[in-house]
Design a protein around this ligand. Structure first.
Ligand code: TRP
Length: 72
């Protein structure tokens, strides 16, 4: 339903990067936290259950909005 089919790519640039999924709907809360070590990648979607993704730590992201880093 809310799944756009679009993927985002997250590459960890240091150990211990957290990729946190936040719920869709009136109650916005963490539902999943995934820990990535340096050079590990995660390919994720926004879904019926996930409306937002929070990234904590140094990482490179690729999205339809372009490529960006959480830190220089
Ligand atoms: N069960 C979650 C979902 O279907 C899995 C998930 C999708 C997820 N995208 C995510 C978890 C992004 C963390 C970050 O929505």
């Amino acid at each position: 339903m809310a799944d756009t089919g679009e993927y985002i790519v997250i590459k960890a640039d240091e150990d211990g990067v957290n990729v946190i999924g936040l719920t869709r709907g009136t109650d916005t809360r963490f539902h999943h936290s995934e820990k990535l070590d340096k050079n590990e990648m995660m390919i994720a979607q926004f879904t019926e259950h996930t409306s937002a993704i929070k990234i904590r730590g140094k990482a490179t992201l690729q999205t339809s909005h372009g490529e960006m880093k959480t830190e220089d």
